[in-house]
Design a protein around this ligand. Structure first.
Ligand SMILES: *Cc1c(COP(=O)(O)O)cnc(C)c1O
Length: 377
């Protein structure tokens, strides 16, 4: 009975299937006994397995999703005086990594239904200084890539996909991270494929870029101690790679469960006929992997009130993201008085509710019933 359910947090990473727990313990032991803790055979194996899964030529393991973005920009030689077009409505790392090597993030507004950036808005933001376009596949759904790729090709501008939330998502049969020059992934624990700490991955179909990423990942030294370029320590731990491998084998099962959970929510919310009071995720691509299931509460203060009421009822939610990038203090000089209405409204009105694959159907029904009751009230 749903009335017996007391708490449904946004996610609970302790809820592990016993067989997976055993495999993770084996992986830990294997690395402990190998004495090999950074890069090495576990990382090589993970990279091969990820490249196959992501349908790309090369996958390079790195220290985090943030570092994946940073090293991708470094591999393209992007720095001071350069501009990179990206969404304003995204996680900070997208814009922060553009700014760190001295480039300028140029913020564009998102589509009001998918919250992803689109070619028309990107095109308006291009200047002779644009050195890359960085779409984000937000919440696990790919941006509308064909028009973006066509625009980029036409202007000879590389595309870096921020696929941190979209590992395993598809666009027209192609995997997220396989369409641009470079794809960047995060294995942050709350992502669909999460490590037990920080880790990330960069993908590319360009062998020369892949080689450059590998050199940059180890301070730019090639051979060791001889540096023709400046890199950093962006290496992935052997332990994280070993722990990720058995999880990668389960990813499609988890994705199917997330999609099932999302479909159940959408069915229940649609049946409740709440009209304009509750906006639901719009699925445009065939393989939305629902890193988040994000609902929308239009109207001043309604999102914050629902979040507070759900918290009181033991239901965990999160606001992704309360402040768009063009409104961040650190970018105030760059963005000036820029107005991006879709990003600003989304930051006020959206709320992620639990879609974690380990929640039971009873727990999900309890969440949906509570949301419906509160939205109706
Ligand atoms: C999580 C995330 C990142 C950063 O990944 P970390 O592994 O946490 O450094 C970058 N971009 C987006 C869109 C993300 O969601």
């Amino acid at each position: 009975m749903t009335s017996e359910i007391k708490q449904v947090p946004l996610l609970d990473l302790r809820r592990l299937a016993p067989d997976l727990k055993a495999e993770l313990e084996d992986a830990f032991k294997r690395v402990l006994e190998s004495g090999h803790f950074i890069l090495g055979p576990e990382v090589d194996a993970l990279e091969k397995e990820c490249a196959a899964y992501l349908q790309v030529g090369h996958a390079v393991g790195v220290s985090s999703g943030t570092d994946a973005l940073l090293i991708a920009l470094m591999a393209l030689g992007i720095g001071a005086g350069d501009e990179v077009v990206c969404p304003s409505y995204t996680f900070f790392a997208t814009a922060g990594t553009i700014a760190r090597p001295g480039a300028r993030p140029v913020f564009v507004d998102s589509s009001p239904d998918t919250y992803n950036i689109e070619a028309a808005a990107i095109e308006r933001a291009l200047t002779p200084r644009t050195r890359a376009i960085m779409p984000v596949h937000l919440f696990g759904q790919c941006a509308e890539m064909d028009p973006i790729l066509a625009l980029a090709k036409d202007r000879h501008i590389p595309v870096i996909e921020d696929a941190a939330q979209a590992l395993g998502s598809d666009y027209q049969g192609r995997r997220a991270g396989s369409m641009g020059e470079l794809g960047c992934f995060s294995f942050f624990p709350s992502k669909n494929l999460g490590a037990l700490g920080d880790a990330g991955l960069v993908t590319t179909n360009d062998a020369a870029l892949a080689e450059k990423l590998r050199v940059l990942r180890a301070h730019g030294g090639k051979p060791k101690y001889h540096h023709s370029i400046v890199g950093g320590n962006f290496r992935i731990d052997a332990l994280q790679a070993a722990l990720l491998r058995p999880k990668l084998r389960r990813l499609d099962g988890w994705t199917a469960q997330r999609q099932k959970n999302a479909a159940l929510y959408t069915e229940l919310f649609t049946a409740a006929a709440l009209g304009d009071r509750l906006g639901l995720p719009v699925v445009r691509q065939s393989r939305h992997i629902f890193n988040q299931y994000v609902i929308r509460l239009p109207g001043a203060g309604r999102r914050d009130k629902l979040q507070a009421d759900l918290k009181q009822r033991g239901i965990g939610t999160e606001v992704y993201y309360p402040v768009p990038m063009h409104k961040q203090k650190c970018f105030s000089e760059i963005a000036g008085t820029q107005i991006l209405p879709v990003s600003e409204a989304a930051a006020q009105e959206t709320l992620a509710i639990p879609v974690f694959p380990e929640w039971t159907e009873a727990e999900l029904r309890h969440v949906a019933a509570t949301v419906i009751e509160l939205v109706r009230a």
